[in-house]
Design a protein around this ligand. Structure first.
Ligand SMILES: *Cc1c(COP(=O)(O)O)cnc(C)c1O
Length: 219
């Protein structure tokens, strides 16, 4: 599938996003449902940090490229089922969507069983209390942090959120940053195509940008 973006446009989009977020923030290119030629353009432009939503799609996309680019960092930003935990720990350097103890145990087991080096973890927080959305509730966060530090020592780096689509994002970003600070977590993943600059101003260390980076996704 060839894309409808102009050659060089991913490089330009990347440069302008990087200029907006500044040096202290990491740009995670959210590559779900993007065609191969755009992935290759992103790599040619120097992008090395990618966020994926599904384990299987990520395996297909990155299996060969991982051998080619030693400095790739793959981050799982979509929901993870426990039966995919083993595959996920083998592939991803960072899992941003830990949200329950059962998944934590599956990840721990996956690391033990495969001997893979343990991925770093972020806990996803459901700041809008949306029933259909992943993430631990704000009320349940402290307990999950304690359990994670216990069972999976040294690898919990930060918090992640996806604010409700129909609400201003700023209060959610501010809340996530406050929660991270309160729990001594140095990293915060928040902000997407429409609001990454805002997220960066409100303390994001990682922004996850898809369409503003690559162009529109395939459906
Ligand atoms: C798709 C996705 C993004 C990027 O969304 P855009 O609006 O295309 O920038 C960011 N985070 C998560 C969790 C996503 O699923």
């Amino acid at each position: 599938m060839s894309s409808d973006t102009q050659p060089g446009s991913i490089r330009e989009a990347r440069n302008s996003i990087l200029a907006e977020i500044g040096d202290a923030v990491t740009l995670v290119a959210a590559s779900k449902r993007q065609p191969d030629d755009r992935i290759d353009d992103a790599l040619a432009a120097g992008q090395r940090v990618f966020g994926e939503n599904r384990v299987q799609e990520a395996q297909e996309r990155w299996g060969d490229r991982l051998a080619q680019f030693e400095d790739l960092e793959l981050r799982l930003i979509g929901p993870l089922q426990t039966n995919k935990a083993e595959d996920a720990v083998k592939l991803f350097h960072v899992i941003e969507t830990l949200d329950r103890e059962k998944l934590l145990k599956a990840l721990t087991k996956g690391v033990e069983k495969t001997g893979a080096s343990a991925p770093d973890l972020f806990i996803q927080v459901n700041t809008g209390d949306e029933p259909q959305k992943g993430g631990v509730s704000v009320a349940g966060l402290s307990e999950l942090i304690t359990t994670t530090r216990d069972l999976y020592p040294g690898r919990l780096l930060g918090l992640m959120c996806i604010p409700p689509a129909d609400e201003p994002a700023a209060p959610h970003f501010a809340l996530l940053k406050k929660l991270a600070d309160a729990h001594d977590l140095p990293q915060v993943s928040m902000g997407m195509s429409g609001d990454y600059a805002l997220a960066a101003r409100l303390g994001a260390t990682h922004v996850r940008v898809g369409t503003a980076f690559f162009g529109a996704r395939e459906t």
